[in-house]
Design a binder for this molecule. Structure first.
Ligand code: LMR
Length: 394
């Protein structure tokens, strides 16, 4: 069976993690995979998470199975966190998943079963695992223009021009906030325009919400999604607690399907639970329970929100510091766009050869499309990074 097998190529982000780990240089800089880091380069367990874990540990008296969709309390807490009161809770069916990737996969599995002829429209560029999963499932995919590399902003006119080609039943995959890899987000008017387009064409929005709270704040980052949800009859959503709760390895995600009414939402939630059964049966419970414990407790929620605010503000400060340093070393405002973007990521605009040079010569690791994770920047490495970038991208 394996005689002719060669191992599939791993995703460029995962490959880069291995390369960084194997690099013996002490002064190497990791701007690769999207995990939050402190100025000391650690990815910490949040204090609210530690406190909640202790409560869970003390209260838990069984490791018996929970439910195929996960704990209803977790689903309800996440629904409230993400949708607020934008739509009636009973219009949203949901199931817990192993991480945000699990949620993307389960949502697309549902699409494959229900509307296999649908084309999934993704932004150019998008997170590499989107096209990978879409193609793995054998769904059609098309790109819509999104990023304007001249301005480092949104190519709004081209986006709407491309999306005018959607057919009834097609999915429009939108990043909820903190677009990965560009850091360029939609404003409320864009969300409204996409909502109108979906209504007009009978297309279904699919929102990937992996960085809620990393942009402008929990409410602010959810505002576009909530506006859209209030406009359309149906919407799909994948969310992750990897980044905003720092629960990466515990794999905490949720797939949600908003239906036109409670009956349809119940059916969609049932289908997501059934799909869980086919793929892995029960979603992991520990991290989901921790999230639920935090969100159900006012003090823990406050602690978590304040830690999240700290992380968000540190990333924004890193952006500003890098922009200032780059302005100084290049004597130009060429990189000013970095300061206008949101969340963890930005595209520097370096060519693949320049990205290789940054890694090989300077020990600075960024993804091949020149995406950097601004959380990997520190006061100490910002001057080093800016100097190397100015030198390589001269
Ligand atoms: C990233 O984009 O770096 C993260 O979402 C990690 C991943 O799984 O790719």
């Amino acid at each position: 069976m394996f005689e002719t097998l060669t191992a599939p190529e791993v995703d460029k982000i995962i490959r880069l993690m291995g390369m960084f780990r194997d690099d013996p240089r002490e002064d190497k800089v990791d701007l690769g995979v999207g995990v939050y880091k402190t100025p000391e380069g650690r990815t910490p367990v949040m204090r609210a998470v530690k406190a909640a874990e202790e409560l869970v540990w003390q209260a838990q008296d069984s490791k018996g199975y929970v439910a195929l969709a996960g704990d209803p309390g977790y689903l309800a807490a996440m629904r409230a966190l993400i949708f607020g009161d934008a739509v009636a809770a009973n219009r949203i069916g949901a199931a817990g998943t192993p991480g945000g990737t699990g949620a993307v996969r389960q949502v697309l599995e549902m699409v494959k079963r229900l509307t296999p002829e649908a084309t999934v429209w993704v932004s150019a560029p998008t997170w590499p695992n989107h096209p990978a999963i879409i193609s793995y499932l054998g769904l059609e995919m098309r790109e819509y223009r999104y990023y304007d590399s001249e301005t480092g902003g949104l190519d709004r006119a081209s986006m709407m021009e491309d999306l005018a080609g959607v057919a009834p039943g097609d999915l429009i995959l939108v990043h909820g906030c903190c677009h990965n890899p560009t850091g360029v987000d939609l404003d409320l008017e864009d969300w409204r325009a996409i909502g109108e387009l979906c209504l007009d064409r009978g297309a279904v929005p699919f929102v990937d919400m992996a960085y809620l709270g990393f942009g402008d704040g929990l409410e602010e980052d959810a505002a576009g999604l909530r506006l859209l949800a209030g406009m359309v009859p149906e919407l799909l959503l994948a969310a992750s607690c990897s980044k905003n709760f720092g629960l990466y390895r515990d794999r905490v995600g949720i797939a949600m399907a908003m239906g036109a009414d409670a009956e349809r939402a119940l059916a969609a939630g049932g289908m997501l639970a059934w799909l869980n059964r086919q793929n892995f049966a029960f979603p992991p419970d520990h991290g989901a329970r921790v999230v639920q414990t935090i969100l159900d407790d006012a003090d823990l929620t406050e602690m978590w929100r304040s830690e999240l605010r700290e992380m968000r503000e540190r990333m924004a400060a890193n952006r500003r510091a890098l922009v200032a340093e780059l302005r100084q070393v290049t004597g130009s405002d060429r990189f000013a766009f970095l300061g206008t973007q949101k969340g963890m990521f930005t595209l520097l605009g370096a060519t693949p050869a320049q990205v290789d040079r940054l890694r090989e010569e300077f020990g600075i690791y960024l993804v091949g499309d020149s995406r950097i994770n601004v959380a990997g920047l520190t006061d100490a490495n910002i001057p080093v990074v800016a100097k190397a970038v100015a030198e390589v991208m001269r």
